[in-house]
Design a protein. Structure first.
Length: 283
C-alpha cells in the first residue's frame, strides 16, 4: 500500500482563488479587507514569515500593513499601538508576530487585541467560543488541518484521533476541533510515558512536537491518517517534519508531506479569517 499524499498547497491555492473573488465582491461594496502585522525586533525567521503573509495578502487583494517596532519598545508603548488598531475601523485583522522580546508579557499583549480582530485566533474569548462550539476566529493551523481533512474526504466522526503536542497554538485547539467534529480525542505530550502504545491506536494522528522524526513506522497502525505539522530545517538544507515520512509512507493510508502540507494552509487560514472579519465587521 502506498499512502495518498494530502497536499496542502493544492487546497491552499484553490481556497485563495475563492478568497480573491470574495475580496473583489467586498471591494465593490467599498470594503477593503486589511491586515496589520506588528513585528518587534529583527528576528530573521519572524521577518520571513511576515514577508510571506504580505505576499499572500497581495495575491488575493487584501491590504496589508506592517508596523516594525524596536526590540527595546516597552510593553505599554506596544499596547498603545494595539489600542490604535483596535479603534481603527479600516483595520480588520491585527496580528502580533511571535515570539516577543523577553521583557514583554505575551499573554497580556494577545489578550489586549480586540477579539473580533484577532485573526490569529489566540484570544481567550475566541478560544472559549471555539471550545463550546460557537462561531469564532479559530487558530490558523488547526483550522487549516480541519479544512485539509475535509477536502480529502476524512470525516472525524467516530474515529480515534490522537494529538501529539499540547501547545495553545496547535495541539490543544486542533484536538478541540476534532472533538467538535465528533472524534474521540487523546492528547499526548513530552510527559506521556507510553507514547507509541497510544499512537498505535490512532485512526487520525496529528503530530505537532517541533522535533524531527518523532514518529516512525512502529508508532503507527496500518492504514492510519497522519497530519504532520512539523517543520525542522536540517544542516544539509532539507526541511523535514515530525514524522519519518519515508518509513511510514507505505503503512499509512493518507499523510501530509513536509513541505507543501500543513504550512500553506496556515497562511491561507489567516487570509480566510481576515476576510471573515471584513464581511461581518460592524462599521
Amino acid at each position: 500500500m502506498s499512502a495518498e499524499i494530502m497536499y496542502g498547497d493544492v487546497l491552499a491555492n484553490k481556497l485563495r482563488d475563492e478568497l480573491k473573488i470574495e475580496v473583489q465582491q467586498l471591494k465593490r461594496q467599498n470594503i477593503v479587507p486589511k491586515l496589520t502585522v506588528l513585528i518587534i525586533g529583527n528576528n530573521p525567521a519572524s521577518k520571513t514569515y511576515v514577508r510571506m503573509k504580505q505576499k499572500a495578502c497581495e495575491k488575493v487583494g487584501i491590504s496589508s500593513q506592517v508596523i516594525e517596532l524596536d526590540q527595546e519598545i516597552s510593553e505599554e508603548e506596544l499596547l498603545l499601538h494595539i489600542n490604535e488598531l483596535n479603534n481603527d475601523s479600516s483595520v480588520h485583522g491585527i496580528l502580533v508576530q511571535l515570539p516577543l522580546p523577553d521583557h514583554i508579557n505575551e499573554k497580556r499583549i494577545l489578550e489586549y487585541i480586540e477579539p473580533t480582530k484577532d485573526v490569529d485566533g489566540f484570544h481567550p474569548i475566541n478560544i472559549g467560543r471555539m471550545q463550546i462550539g460557537q462561531d469564532a476566529l479559530v487558530p490558523c493551523t488547526p483550522l487549516g488541518i480541519m479544512k485539509l481533512l475535509e477536502y480529502y474526504g476524512i470525516n472525524p466522526t467516530g474515529k480515534h484521533a490522537v494529538v501529539v503536542g499540547r501547545s495553545n497554538i496547535v495541539g490543544k485547539p486542533v484536538g478541540q476541533l476534532l472533538l467538535n467534529g465528533n472524534a474521540t480525542v487523546t492528547y499526548c505530550h513530552s510527559k506521556t510515558s507510553n507514547l507509541s502504545e497510544i499512537t498505535n491506536k490512532a485512526d487520525i494522528l496529528i503530530v505537532a512536537t517541533g522535533k524531527a522524526n518523532t514518529i516512525g513506522e512502529s508508532d503507527l497502525k496500518e492504514g492510519a491518517i497522519v497530519v504532520d505539522v512539523g517543520n525542522t530545517f536540517l544542516d544539509d538544507g532539507r526541511v523535514v517534519g515530525d514524522v519519518d515520512f519515508e518509513s511510514v509512507k507505505n503503512k499509512v493510508s493518507k499523510i501530509t508531506p513536509v513541505p507543501k502540507g500543513v504550512g500553506p494552509m496556515t497562511i491561507t487560514m489567516l487570509l480566510h479569517n481576515t476576510v471573515k472579519v471584513a464581511k461581518t465587521f460592524k462599521y
